[in-house]
Design a protein around this ligand. Structure first.
Ligand code: GDP
Length: 290
């Protein structure tokens, strides 16, 4: 998987720097090439990779290490900081009563993630109500109902109602006791106007506190345009990247969503409800660097 590939090549880069007796322009150039290779192999967006190594070269040429820090450690620090800037700032979802709307395309793991998110809040002591507002996919209602039993959350859905806004309004009303309400909305095979209109209408009428975009890591960089369209439509406030367990392309999805500048809150690491982690860029990076 991506982390291991990236990790071993980046480890070599770090060894190269710590092992060199002096750092000159040539060393920085060589190291930049190694970093580019490692990141591109992990499917990180080429523009991001180039701007990262440009910044590294510029900073190495103009900044001086603070007193007491070796040139080698200083370069390592710059690389670390610049890598972190790709991963994004750490940002955690607030542990407070709120309404959360999930958006994303079919098969990306939206319904599963609704359950994982419910379990997360319940473990933190906040009761949860799941609302089934995917009115298009057959079986979505039953799937979410089943999941709600698994994670011990409340559940609301209306099997024959086709208007998601009506369902959600009734759901918010009926699940009034639940501290956190999580709305599973419809997806599609690809983005179309009907889906965009539907989620826009939900967003405008319901005014959720968070709009979380659920996206499959295995899709790699191609999620970039999709993330942008959804962000333009409903202002994504956070991202959950699923299927980080089964991919060589985690870097792709990660760098593609980096462009919409919404924080990654969680990653999904398997099919089970407990396969879910708070995304912590520093931890991710130290895992990357071993
Ligand atoms: P939806 O159409 O977006 O609601 O997608 P589902 O929640 O039904 O998930 C589609 C498939 O992806 C199911 O087989 C899930 O078990 C699987 N899935 C969801 N999240 C993950 C994950 O983090 N890792 C893996 N390996 N599979 C996942």
């Amino acid at each position: 998987m991506v982390l291991e590939n990236l990790s071993s090549s980046l480890k070599d880069v770090f060894k190269k720097i710590s092992g060199s007796s002096y750092i000159d322009k040539e060393t920085i150039k060589e190291v930049s090439k190694d970093i580019q290779r490692a990141l591109l192999k992990a499917d990180v967006n080429v523009k991001l990779v180039i701007s990262l190594t440009n910044r590294l070269q510029e900073r190495a040429a103009t900044e001086k290490p603070p007193a007491g820090m070796s040139e080698q450690d200083f370069i390592l620090k710059i690389i670390y900081e610049e890598l972190l800037s790709i991963l994004g700032e750490e940002s955690r979802i607030e542990l407070k009563p709120q309404t959360i709307m999930l958006v994303g395309l079919y098969g990306n793991g939206k319904t599963t993630t609704a359950g994982k998110l419910a379990r997360f809040f319940i473990k933190k002591g906040l009761s949860v109500g799941l609302i089934a507002a995917d009115v298009h996919r057959p079986g979505a209602y039953e799937q979410l109902e089943q999941i709600s039993k698994q994670v011990n959350s409340l559940f609301y859905g209306e099997k024959n109602e086709k208007d998601p806004v009506k369902i959600i309004k009734n759901g918010l009303d009926r699940l009034g006791d639940a501290k956190v309400k999580i709305i599973d909305t419809s997806g599609r095979d690809s983005l179309d106007d009907e889906l965009i209109d539907e989620i826009k209408r939900i967003k405008n009428e319901i005014k959720p506190d968070e709009v979380l975009y659920v996206v499959d890591a295995t899709l790699g960089q191609q999620v970039g345009p999709q993330a942008k369209v959804l962000n333009d439509a409903v202002s994504i406030s956070g991202v959950i990247i699923t299927k980080m367990d089964g991919t060589g392309k985690g870097g792709g999805a990660l760098s593609a969503v980096a462009e919409i500048k919404s924080p990654v809150y969680f990653i999904g690491t398997g099919e089970h409800m407990e396969d879910f982690e708070v995304f912590n860029p520093r931890k991710f990076l130290s895992r990357l660097l071993g």
